[in-house]
Design a protein around this ligand. Structure first.
Ligand code: GLN
Length: 304
């Protein structure tokens, strides 16, 4: 039996003493207010035992981690048709780059970079009567936690400074790959990214990706084939131009966000989330990556 609790406790001890904690994302002004010294880690295993260390119950902005959840909702609503509008190849580019979008005629490389997630947001806006309310309810239901909410200040803050996302949405529109108004789609997208969660709450949602699409109450949200595909996309595209490095160092499917969160999982075994707001130059949490590398090294568990 692996003693997850002592491993998490020792990882916490080791990483909080690191001098270089990375740099907080300040292009969304509201995120720049967070204390860089935060670190939390939470793990849930297949038996639903929970282990934690550090500030694992403090909420933060999940940002791009939400892209996995919007993709999951879209797959449930329109199924495989989604792949006509967005591809499944790693981009090898930063999350907000637009050059490939132009080269590839408005079909984003994958749903986990910004242009791809904006297409997914457009589909939700088309499919749902009250997109923000229904998406939030979808997330709350998976978690069985009705306290989860958007952080309206973060959404507003990003709306004021999200020039690259406005550029992406306009480019998509010019290629006929955005059906709704740019402002409406981005309002939804900025809210989706502003979801606030703790490491514990994140693992309680992402539990379903390690449990054949079924949440902690055993309700199925995704088919086996959909979970397989989403995990494959997380592995190949979950860390933008650092997906290779994450597979190399950590060896798990996962997803990061510029709020400093990372969630990762080993099918049938565990789901883990870390939070440390300092980012490395590729936009992934510096201490989060280090902590997860230590976890898979010390437990000798990875998909490889
Ligand atoms: N990598 C991220 O977490 C980016 C999400 C952020 N909302 C953006 O669109 O820029």
């Amino acid at each position: 039996m692996i003693d997850f609790q002592s491993i998490l406790t020792s990882i916490n001890e080791a990483v909080i003493h690191e001098k270089d904690k990375g740099k907080i994302a300040d292009y969304i002004p509201e995120l720049a207010k967070i204390d860089i010294n935060n670190f939390g880690i939470h793990l849930i295993d297949s038996q639903q035992e929970n282990y934690a260390a550090g500030n694992s119950d403090e909420q933060f902005s999940i940002q791009s981690i939400s892209k996995v959840l919007s993709l999951s909702m879209v797959l449930g609503l329109i199924g495989e048709k989604v792949w006509k509008r967005v591809d499944v190849e790693p981009s090898g580019d930063p999350f907000n780059h637009l050059s490939l979008l132009e080269l590839e005629n408005g079909i984003p490389r994958n749903p986990l970079i910004n242009p791809g997630a904006i297409v997914i947001a457009d589909i939700l806006v088309s499919q749902l009567e009250n997109p923000k309310e229904e998406f939030l309810a979808f997330v709350q239901n998976i978690a069985n936690d009705y306290t989860i909410d958007y952080d309206k200040e973060v959404a507003k803050s990003e709306k004021r400074t999200g020039f690259m996302n406005f550029a992406a949405a306009n480019l998509l529109k010019s290629y006929d790959n955005l059906n709704n108004d740019v402002d409406v789609v981005l309002d939804f997208y900025f809210h989706q990214c502003s979801l606030s969660m703790s490491c514990a709450q994140l693992t309680h949602i992402f539990y379903m990706f390690m449990n054949h699409g079924k949440c902690r109450r055993n309700k199925a949200y995704l088919t086996l084939s959909q979970v397989k595909r989403i995990n494959a996309i997380m592995l190949t595209c979950g860390f933008y131009d650092e997906a290779g490095e994450f597979a190399f160092e950590v060896g798990l499917p996962g997803k990061s966000g510029v709020g400093g969160g990372i969630v990762a999982l080993l099918p049938n075994k565990f789901c883990v989330a870390t939070w440390s707001p300092g980012l490395n130059p590729k936009g992934n949490s510096k201490l989060g990556m280090l902590a997860l590398e230590k976890l898979t090294t010390q437990t000798e568990l990875s998909i490889f």
